[in-house]
Ligand binder design. Sequence first.
Ligand SMILES: NC(=O)c1ccc[n+]([C@@H]2O[C@H](COP(=O)([O-])OP(=O)(O)OC[C@H]3O[C@@H](n4cnc5c(N)ncnc54)[C@H](O)[C@@H]3O)[C@@H](O)[C@H]2O)c1
Length: 267
Amino acid sequence: MSAHIGTTVITGAAGRIGHTLRTALRADADRLVLLDRRPLQAEAANETCLKADLADLGALEDAFIGADAVVHLAGIPDEAPLPDLLADNVVGTHHVLEAARRTGVRRVVLASSNRLTGAYPIHHTVFPDEPPRPDGLYGVSKVAVEALGQLYADKFGLQVVALRIGSFEAEPTETRHLATWLSPRDLVGFTRAALTATGVTYTAAYAVSANTRRFWDLTAGQTQLGYRPLDNAADFAADFPDDDPFWTGGPQGGRYADPGYTLPHLP
Ligand SMILES: NC(=O)c1ccc[n+]([C@@H]2O[C@H](COP(=O)([O-])OP(=O)(O)OC[C@H]3O[C@@H](n4cnc5c(N)ncnc54)[C@H](O)[C@@H]3O)[C@@H](O)[C@H]2O)c1
């Protein structure tokens, strides 16, 4: 399915998710503005590439002029020292939202993360409106990312969709992915829906494939964004042992929730 997304900016376009979205959304866009602090090359006539850091609010403002929407992916995608996460993920997101407000961008799609609720136990189905329960400092940064999105929606009328991305992989590569996998096709589907759904003020939704063993509720994506995921990690279940200790209990974040995952990043 395609959709018309006008002029859309993708931050973090040189990254893993950015690469997939850029390729898939190219045909839907009048113009794609691809921004990253790493260099990018245009691959189509309707692509514009910009090298900029999220720390540079003026550069973001220049990049956003004339844009209909921003898909904000840039940031640190895993555990790191809190000052780094605050600079890249939290202040970086603030700059994106503020540049959007100043330039009149209608909608911002934020790359949030399942790790914002990774300390909930695997036998609990989490709904997006439950309190955050991060499994580490990275998850804490995404709590702030979502709070900034809610603030800019409530106070300034920006349309904001926070997609709580699962584990984005071509195929599941570990047991936990049987619950958390987000396929490339469903990533694109959720993002298109987040860009085009009508009636959005602020929505937080889990972006995860229709995995039989998932522990996140998909109603928000379906009712507020109109997207029902198509893939199911169960198709790969034979590749993983059914008696993996992950399924006996413990946090949804699995090894990410272990103290040892965060300890090296503490002051
Ligand atoms: N990959 C996943 O499974 C997953 C899961 C949940 C959430 N997410 C979120 O999705 C987003 C994209 O993830 P990814 O896997 O593509 O990560 P990635 O590391 O492959 O890409 C991130 C990109 O952001 C750029 N970037 C980082 N800081 C920047 C800054 N200050 N200014 C400009 N550019 C900057 C990097 O150069 C990189 O190209 C991240 O926000 C991540 O937290 C990813």
